[in-house]
Design a binder for this molecule. Structure first.
Ligand SMILES: [Zn+2]
Length: 467
């Protein structure tokens, strides 16, 4: 396998720390709101990476955190507390908000065929681990106390901007909202490990610590949670490109200061989903969620295909026209696969050859669009239907598009047709009753009954059921 590594800015041969095994970590969602489909693009592409590694024969362990404390709206140490903001908005407690949006996140993931990582850990489960790591950083001289907060001292590092160009990163800081100077910081890039002097009077979640009652900063959680489950050496750390700075930069700073050695070898960053005007953000325009796409009649897997059609290191431009195209392609592709005959014996050698080719192509820096091309190529080949189906089923282990689920689709189509038919009849009957044509109204009711549909007049309107 080959992977682009943000640390070196090169596509490298992937070599795990332990042969055959992969330790993988993903920054999870901050559960204060529904996930935007732009964030879900990252999770889709990380899912494909994980599945490609498994497909290539690696034994993968993947861990993800759930951020339910400490994440401020600037991604640094300024701005509002995101969880608190969610709780205020909905007049609920922070923990209720966390539970609700954690469930909503995994429900979206299920609809998008994103596998749940092997370990999912909320930050609030790991306060003792955070405190321990901060204590070690203080002992080693990498952290200091100022105005009752504990800060990481970036001047103690040989290099802080591990992802490269400092001026670029400064530009990124410049565009962040609410960048105010914190006069307690010794250096501009120092960041909070533990807040005791909270600027949020009504901070809901607080814990005892050796430095007083407070709560952890956001960055510390990923370092601790990954080490808790994956040990001191990590193979791949994933996240959206917007997390590269300051979040991932700070994760590396504190992890390597704590460990005294290199922590993670490969950094996998998924680029933004943009609208035509630039970056899509949660604050601008229509808030795009999986549920909204469903309400508009899209199959969430059409969105997955839309993401798979482009490379994860390129910005992807979203528009409904583009999504319509992907949805059309998805429907046609499924139909074409459904039409394959089931006769004949599976040519196992051909399936194995195709699998090898797929690993080579998609394993080259997660080239999903080439993977889809391979799928079309296989459908065009001189192979029997059973063999083609076996190849599709194999590729779908990585693509995750439910390509062989034609029976289910057919059943849904029947349901939709029946629903439309019954609704039309109910409308006809309503019109007949309005015109006092009760004979016609009864005739319509009987016609439906003959088809096994019973209708009932209720105070909420007409309801129907199969009998
Ligand atoms: Zn993280």
């Amino acid at each position: 396998m080959k992977l682009f590594n943000t640390l070196t800015k090169n596509v490298e041969e992937f070599v795990p720390n332990v042969e055959g095994k992969v330790n993988m970590y993903t920054c999870g969602p901050t559960v204060y709101h529904f996930a935007h489909i732009g964030n879900l693009r990252s999770y889709i592409m990380e899912d494909v990476l994980e599945k490609t590694l498994r497909y290539a024969g690696y034994d993968v362990k993947r861990v993800m955190n759930i951020t339910d404390v400490g994440h401020l709206s600037s991604d640094a140490d300024t701005g509002e507390d995101k969880m608190l903001k969610g709780a205020k908005r909905e007049h609920k407690t922070v923990m209720e908000i966390a539970q609700f949006y954690t469930d909503a996140f995994f429900s979206d993931c299920a609809k998008l065929n994103i596998k749940t990582p092997d370990v999912v850990e909320p930050a609030t489960n790991c306060i003792d681990e955070f405190i321990h790591m901060i204590e070690v950083l203080l002992e080693k001289g990498y952290a200091y106390r100022a105005s009752e907060n504990i800060y990481f001292d970036t001047s103690k590092l040989e290099s802080y901007y591990v992802f490269g160009n400092q001026s670029e990163e400064e530009l990124m800081v410049g565009v962040r909202e609410d960048v105010t100077e914190d006069e307690n910081k010794k250096n501009k890039n120092d960041f909070v490990l533990w807040f005791t002097k909270s600027k949020f009077e009504d901070q809901a979640l607080k814990w005892d610590s050796p430095w007083g009652v407070g709560y952890p900063g956001w960055h510390i959680e990923c370092s601790c949670i990954s080490m808790k489950h994956l040990g001191e050496y990590m193979d791949i750390h994933c996240g959206g490109i917007d997390n590269m700075f300051p979040h991932h930069t700070n994760e590396i700073a504190q992890s390597e200061a704590y460990l005294g050695h290199k922590w993670c070898n490969y950094w996998f960053h998924v680029h933004h989903l943009n609208d035509q005007s630039g970056k899509m953000s949660k604050s601008k325009g229509e808030f795009l969620t999986v549920s909204l796409l469903e309400q508009k009649g899209y199959d969430p897997l059409a969105y997955r295909l839309f993401c798979l059609q482009s490379h994860y290191r390129k910005p992807l431009v979203f528009s409904y026209e583009a999504l319509d195209q992907a949805a059309g392609t998805y429907k046609k592709l499924k139909k074409r696969i459904a039409d394959l005959d089931k006769e004949g014996l599976v040519d196992e050698a051909a399936v194995a050859d195709h699998k090898e080719k797929f690993v080579e192509v998609v394993g080259n820096d997660v080239n999903t669009s080439m993977g889809i091309t391979l799928l079309y190529d296989a459908l065009k080949e001189e192979l029997n239907g059973a063999t083609k189906r076996a190849i599709v089923s194999s590729y779908d282990e990585v693509l995750g598009l439910n390509l062989l689920a034609e029976e289910e689709t057919a059943a849904n189509d029947v349901d939709a047709e029946l629903e439309a038919f019954v609704m039309a009849k109910i409308e006809e009957r309503k019109a007949a009753k309005k015109e006092k044509n009760f004979a016609l109204a009864d005739a319509i009711r009987d016609e439906l009954l003959e088809k096994g549909i019973a209708i009932k007049d209720t105070r909420e309107g007409v309801v129907w059921e199969r009998v």
